[in-house]
Design a protein around this ligand. Structure first.
Ligand code: GFB
Length: 320
């Protein structure tokens, strides 16, 4: 690890911009920042500021003058949303990254934290996937647009550090879940989709739930509150051009995840497999050694995290 990586950045009295504050990730980061002695948090809703617009983004940063920019805004979705709208995923995420980083540079933001995804690594990268696997092979086709945008974002942070001395860092989280997730079955990720499908099967007394693909792929799931804690940790303790993986270091097959969700929801039935839907990457497990050596590791147990997320899903439904 380079010697520039353990610098401490004091958040006391800092003004922090959280881009994407209404999303699952942004809202978790705000909950976590509220426990820090910062001055204030700056936000803009997407109907007030379109981060794909360079002039509007530059004007927002110029007038609000944040010390720190945490870029949690992104167009995100599960395997089917990604596969069917690759152009949109590439364009929106490229523009968000380019505009937020450039606006931060022009207005002299002290620290910029970019968030990416474990899908930046090659489909067949050795597991667990080390940061050095970046750009060593072909990407998974179902999320190539999103992955290319997130690779461009982390490279932009790196190049701006080299050219302008900007303190921009990039974190690559694994698959996330938690309160405030998207439960729309066509666009969501697997964990919220299966939670909803099983909850509805229980309510309707359905004996079967259909899973996409074969159930064999393995994924690593990180609670969004753990990610928010990692974001604050690296903002305070890390400065370097190397992007960092964030995960739990443990993975689970989709079939076993489905069984775990069924136990938490209290539904007992059978699974069907719709193999006309894609499996995607066979396995996606991160090597989390670099962040662990800096002093951070995840703490939420998967079963506990799913239970807590299910409680918030049921509570949200009750108030709809
Ligand atoms: O979470 P997910 O949509 O995204 O799917 P990825 C993970 C696995 O779960 C795939 C299976 O093998 C799906 O086929 N699966 C089973 C389901 N049943 C379902 C279901 O009802 N809904 C969904 N959505 N999946 C995304 C990328 O990949 O992960 C993004 O497309 C991003 O770029 C994100 O990186 C974290 O893990 O395959």
């Amino acid at each position: 690890m380079a010697s520039d990586t353990l610098e401490a950045y004091d958040l006391t009295d800092k003004r922090i911009w959280v881009a994407g504050h209404r999303g699952m990730v942004g809202s978790a980061i705000i909950r976590r920042l509220e426990t820090e002695p910062i001055a204030d948090i700056v936000t803009a809703a997407s109907d007030e500021l379109d981060l794909r617009d360079p002039a509007a983004t530059a004007e927002f940063v110029r007038t609000t003058r944040p010390d720190v920019a945490i870029i949690a805004a992104a167009k995100v979705g599960g395997i089917e949303a990604n596969r069917s709208a690759q152009g949109e995923f590439l364009y929106d995420n490229l523009m968000i990254a380019a505009n937020t980083i450039e606006a931060s540079r022009v207005s002299g933001v002290q620290k910029v934290v970019m968030l990416g995804s474990s899908c930046i690594y090659p489909r067949d990268a050795p597991q667990p996937m080390h940061e050095d696997s970046l750009l060593t092979g072909p990407l998974e086709p179902t999320n190539e647009g999103y992955a290319i945008a997130k690779i461009a974002a982390l490279e932009l942070a790196k190049m701006y550090r080299r050219q302008y001395g900007m303190d921009a860092i990039a974190l690559m989280p694994t698959n996330l879940y938690g309160p405030g997730d998207n439960y729309d079955l066509a666009g969501s990720h697997v964990l919220p989709a299966l939670m909803r499908k099983m909850h509805e099967a229980m309510v309707n007394n359905d004996p079967t739930v259909t899973l996409w693909g074969t159930g064999a792929p393995k994924r690593e799931f990180l609670h969004v509150d753990d990610l928010a804690d990692a974001v604050v940790f690296v903002t305070k303790h890390y400065s370097g051009e190397q992007h960092l993986n964030v995960g739990t270091g443990k993975d689970i097959s989709i079939r076993d995840l489905a069984s775990l969700i069924a136990e938490v929801v209290g539904w007992s039935g059978d699974f069907d497999f719709d193999t006309s839907m894609p499996d995607g990457t066979p396995r996606k497990l991160l090597d989390v050694g670099q962040l662990e050596r800096l002093g951070w590791s995840a703490s939420t147990d998967l079963r506990h995290g799913i239970s807590q997320t299910y409680e918030s899903y049921v509570a949200g439904e009750a108030t709809d």
